[in-house]
Design a protein around this ligand. Structure first.
Ligand code: NAP
Length: 448
């Protein structure tokens, strides 16, 4: 690996990289099948990713014709790595076993360890025989939509593919490793003005928010809309805020502290609700919701922006869905991609049908949407919400931070990259976007 690293850092050509022998193993972050019941009977909050995420050498399997080996310069922590590490809502070994039954190449994934990670930025080291558009030496980022292009069900929108999967969550050989295995149709150009760690934190969350709010497959925002965004300084929320602003609409960001509110304001989100300070109690007890608290939120939104939200960007799930359905404008849309606080949802259906509202599900994005979302980063129109950087060895600690909501934006992870700050090849665009804007989340994180 050291030879590959030296060559990448020297900017070696593809020919030089192709001549360096591929290692037969890689350092990687994984959970173990024989530990999948280790947290049985414990409350979610007590399940500790630092105990279940291991860092060690694992064998590198052969790549399929449509895949590449990628030297992962940096990766990121996503909430799905938290889910895998606490084995909730299910152990991810079931996903690997199902993929293992699908094909000759799928069989490689059904192992007793699961290498996790659904984001990466790095350098292509080898290409399979069927790869046409990418070559050794290309600097890329990776989106996590893993699809079988021989499946007809995916040819309108690949997210509708019957066997669509999330790479590094429902597949093995993910991005939290020195070398990852990636399908060629997951690759996108690395933003030239960003460092490796800034480049690595965007694809999963940015593409998800892009589909939810910009793509016609979501609840596309139009100029003048008001959009309520839960967790607005978190992973998907911080991209949602930027897409809403770029669309000429008005975000109303909900966060849980004044420090997070300050981050949002610097990002350009003028209207912020601090739910910590407001102390909304949408649930009176675990079985009963309090409509008067939904009304209090609705009133707070009207006082801020003079109207009800056209769109609610929903993902906390059980704790907020009742309120989200209530506060959405007549004819408005609640677009949801998750249920962090619980997936058995309850809302008052009268508020949905009588006011002609729509609840719409969304999940990651197809390649075209991910590519467009990446373009917003490449063009400097959306900035990476990188708030902290950890080493691969400390990934358990990084996942622990996300599990306990002690972070803002995104946490980056250095894999092959030996230090922060490397990888910028367009300093002119970087200067135009501005160090101040690129460092909003890092500066605020230090103040938290
Ligand atoms: P994140 O960085 O942890 O941000 C989530 C934010 O939601 C938190 O910072 C928190 O903000 C807010 N939040 C958490 N619990 C809440 C509650 N009970 N009530 C109100 N707000 C709450 O996570 P993320 O990366 O944005 O992901 C959010 C969820 O989306 C996760 O469940 C993740 O698995 C899912 N996700 C799904 C997809 C998909 O493709 N389907 C893609 C990406 C993420 P405050 O404390 O500041 O309010």
């Amino acid at each position: 690996m050291s030879e590959i690293l030296a060559a990448v850092l020297e900017g070696a050509s593809g020919e030089v990289l192709a001549d360096i022998p591929m290692p037969t193993t890689t350092r990687a972050v994984f959970v173990r099948r024989d530990e999948q019941n280790m947290f049985e009977g414990m409350a979610s909050k007590d399940k500790d990713p630092r105990r279940s995420l291991h860092v060690d050498e694992v064998p590198l399997p052969e790549i399929a014709p449509d895949e590449v080996y990628l030297a992962v310069m940096a990766s990121s922590i996503n909430f799905n790595t938290v889910w895998t590490s606490i084995f909730e809502p299910v152990s991810t070994f079931g996903f690997l076993d199902r993929l293992g039954k699908e094909s000759y190449w799928g069989r490689r994934h059904a192992l007793d360890y699961h290498v996790v990670g659904s984001d990466a930025a790095g350098v292509v080291l080898r290409t399979g025989s069927a790869v046409r558009k990418w070559k050794v030496g290309d600097e890329v980022t990776v989106h996590c939509n893993f699809v079988d292009d021989q499946d007809p069900s995916g040819h309108d929108d690949s997210m509708l593919s019957s066997n669509q999967r999330i790479w590094g969550f429902e597949t093995n050989f993910g991005g939290l490793a020195d070398i990852a295995i990636v399908k060629a149709n997951q690759l996108m150009p690395k933003p030239a003005h960003l460092t490796w760690e800034e480049s690595a934190v965007n694809a999963l969350c940015n593409s998800t928010s892009y589909r939810m709010l910009v793509s016609r497959n979501g609840a596309p925002v139009t100029q003048g809309d008001k959009v309520l965004i839960w967790g607005a300084s978190g992973g998907i929320g911080s991209f949602a805020v930027q897409h809403v602003l770029n669309s000429g609409a008005t975000p109303i960001g909900v966060v849980s502290s004044e420090a997070k509110a300050a981050t949002l304001r610097e990002l350009g989100c003028e209207y912020v609700i601090n739910r910590g300070e407001k102390n909304y109690q949408f649930w009176k007890d675990p079985h009963t919701q309090d409509e008067s608290e939904w009304r209090r939120l609705g009133k707070d939104i009207r006082e801020l922006v003079g109207d009800d939200p056209d769109i609610v960007f929903e993902h906390p799930g059980r704790s907020t869905m009742g309120a989200s359905v209530f506060v959405a404008k007549r004819g408005g849309t609640i677009i949801t991609c998750a249920a962090t606080s619980g997936y058995m949802i309850e809302y008052d259906n009268r508020h949905l049908w009588m006011k002609l509202k729509t609840i719409k599900g969304s999940h990651f994005s197809n390649y075209r949407e991910a590519w467009s979302a990446n373009q917003t980063i490449v063009d400097g129109k959306v900035v990476p919400p990188l708030s902290a950087v950890f080493t691969l060895e400390d990934v358990g600690e990084a996942a622990y931070e996300v599990h306990h909501n002690r972070h803002e934006g995104k946490i980056g992870v250095l894999c092959v990259a030996p230090r922060e700050g490397l990888g910028v090849s367009d300093p002119v665009l970087r200067a135009r976007v501005g160090e101040d804007r690129l460092s909003i989340f890092r500066r605020h994180d230090k103040e938290m």
